[in-house]
Write a protein that binds this ligand. Sequence first.
Ligand SMILES: *Cc1c(COP(=O)(O)O)cnc(C)c1O
Length: 393
Amino acid sequence: MSYLVDKEGYYGEFGGAYIPEILHKCVEELQDNYLKVLQSESFQQEFDQLLRDYVGRPSPLYLAHRLSEKYGCRIYLKREDLNHTGAHKINNTIGQILLARRMGKQRIIAETGAGQHGVATATVCALMGMECVVYMGKTDVERQHINVEKMKMLGATVVPVTSGNMTLKDATNEAIRDWCCHPADTYYIIGSTVGPHPYPDMVARLQSVIGQEIKKQLLEKEGRDTPDYLIACVGGGSNAAGTIYHYVDNPNVQIVLAEAGGKGIDTGMTAATIALGKMGIIHGARTYVIQNEDGQIEEPYSISAGLDYPGIGPFHAHLAKQKRAMVLAVNDDEAIRAAYELTRLEGIIPALESAHALGALGKIAFKPTDMVVLTVSGRGDKDIETYLKNYEL
Ligand SMILES: *Cc1c(COP(=O)(O)O)cnc(C)c1O
């Protein structure tokens, strides 16, 4: 049995494509084409070359000596923070824009919450000389000023969305509406392993370069390509999916996913979707969703803007349900402490999202012989103010 997607676009009972009638043709076009394109030699060549020369891959796999000593095992950090634009998201946007070009699309749209995916999308649109429209909730536009300015500098049009709570969910609805109006010439770049099939599988495949490199690097450094643990944070799930993709069917590798506990999973201020979510439909997929008794999607909360998504990718929902992955909720204060710890022990300031993965280390009983690979999904430059404000936590 495989944990990966089936022919109908499902991971067990999760996934599928729940979309308006008007999008059927264009989602079907994508379903029919994505594997053919991703597996073609010309795509692979261009993708590999850009990942190498533009993104700076392979990202290092670094044995963190002092952190290892602290937790009594061997901890390797997969350094996605060293990528161009500062996180793993660029792996996906490069892959999808190459696909869009091969499908003859001229216009790119995207949704963004914190602005990280918006910046990664605007970056590749500048690189390819393509028109770029990014939908962003008005609340987020105000909160994430620098990313808005970056997108504008890169030539993108940022559309502030004023419906609902004016955050990510509303931006997503608006992007889907745009797509419905321009299905023929527009390609929608989704930023995580979410959305209707084939997006979760496509994004996982594009990010799987992370795990592919881990295999090669571990073999060189340790003489074996399988670690005992793989640890990553999950918002929608893309950096985690890329980390575990090539290991998921190997039962010797323990998978640990860290979701955002916010102020605590019992406080109502949380983004711990796997702990609290009930089955629902979000962003065109069937998965766990944080919702109230009437099935209304609740506004999630996390100190980390990249993790406060009210859903979770169907791949991860399935891994959790099957108990293939251990899912831990890491709270704001635990993430902040973990970020300071990494900074002071290793001289690496992680993104707040990645700090949730680091916060999971203290919740696991390691053996001295355990080999652990933890993905540092991004760098902390964007989070410095939050770190300083919360130093006492
Ligand atoms: C967006 C983001 C995340 C969360 O997204 P996933 O799809 O779950 O990986 C994690 N880390 C960083 C640095 C991000 O920018």
